[in-house]
Design a protein around this ligand. Sequence first.
Ligand code: ASP
Length: 312
Amino acid sequence: MKNIAIAIHGGAGTITRASLTAAQEAAYTAALRDAAEAGHQLLLAGKTALDAVALAVTVLEDSPLFNAGRGAVFTSEGKHEMDAAIMCGKTLEAGAVAGVQGIRNPIALAREVMLHSEHVLLSGRGAEEFARNQGIAFAPEAYFYDAFRFRQWSEVRDSETFMLDHTAQKEKKFGTVGAVALDQNGNTAAATSTGGMTNKRYNRVGDSPIIGAGTYANDATCAISCTGHGEYFMRAVVAYDVSCLMEYKGFTLQQACEEVVLRKLVKLGGEGGLIAVNAAGELALPFNSEGMYRASKQNEEPTVVGIYKETT
Ligand code: ASP
């Protein structure tokens, strides 16, 4: 069989052993494993990398543990505005949505934009109207309500502070979810979905739906999904920069990822990480924060799950 590979992430930041209870660690580990293995099953069955990343991200969006879909954080207005993007490494087709409300699985809408619109990025009301016309599932406000996230928002709602996902204000933790994959035909794909940052200014858009910043895929180089402080990832054009270092400078996947995540981003002050795969099935999952929720599976090898610096 040809090489297949998948990697997923559920956000990066100040995630230390001390910050998670054993029960929380077990819950995150199980959810990450489920998402990676769901995508891997499709790859094994000969489905496309696009199918695999879309399914893995859907599994993570459906979990309240992650800041995407069901677990999306609150904006300064007390709403949920979600961003998502998907890209095909074979054709360089891409679809993305920004600031959408009430969409059950924003990644499904991003894929619909890619496949059935003339556009790459739709935002707000226009994206929601497109969703209605295309029969994309909506969910009531209550579906996105999470007591923990509401408390977290209540602590900062009257301030200018915006927080990086579900943790104490001074800590930093990012909650975006994403997936990258290589299928049996040698094609790659990337997908990212997020609720952004707690108490973010309404209509703020992060890096996740910006092709080349938080999401990118090109079979000639690599497929990438990022998580971290979006403003820095946009300014550093992170995903495309990794691809460019491979295309124009001949860097390996690992070298390119390390150059961008461990050096360029660090110099800029941008905290976070990314997951990447190339057409040879090599994976890279670098991060410059204390932890990153992640999992990967290559061919028929065991699934590898990691939260802290070392894998578990
Ligand atoms: N990158 C996302 C954003 O800035 C946040 C995250 O990764 O958690 O919207």
